[in-house]
Design a protein. Sequence first.
Length: 228
Amino acid sequence: MVKKKRIVSKLILALVVLTAISCCFLGSTFARYTSNSKASASVDVALWDIAFDPAGDSTVLFEGQSLTPSKDAWTETNKTAGSERTHSNGVVKAVTITNNGEVDALLNVTVGAVTVTLNESCEYGDVGVATDAPTETEVAQLFVLDVKYSTNTGASAGDTAVTGGKLEEYSLAAGSSVVFFVELVWKSADTLGQELADKLDSWVGKNAATVGFEISYVAVQGEESPLA
């Protein structure tokens, strides 16, 4: 009888232990409230799209043409600065820049220095045209690249000049275009007098192969989103 009571006592104790363990698990699972939710956020990216026509690095060609100085004879009037004899082969379209994006852009244009390529066997002088062959500077000063632009994409010439070789932070609004035109001008050094001016022009005509300039166009972001 005593043995049976011990067995029953052990069973009851085991049951109590198991019940306590079960309550721990149940309490951990069901004794607190939980709620879950998710959210996401997205925003459209403002389109940045600046198109150059022609695209990439390009060369403006004066097709079938070669540059010469003016054929007019020198006069005393030409000796005054601003009245020198000039000649060009006309205006040529260089590039059309279009803002196809949704953000205004600031356009920076820089006209580089002139580059005169001499024939293979020719060299510049050290003293100058007055006593010897002209210097590189004397020759470079003969040539001017006039750069103008227009917002009329159908124009045949520009109406606003790029002065000082730079156009800084021109505002190119979204959806708008601007066209750049160039004109390469040979301006004789007439302020030196007829003899030296004609000598310099003649030396270049005999010894120079090509005359060129570089123009760079850089567009940067010009506005932010109103909520930024």
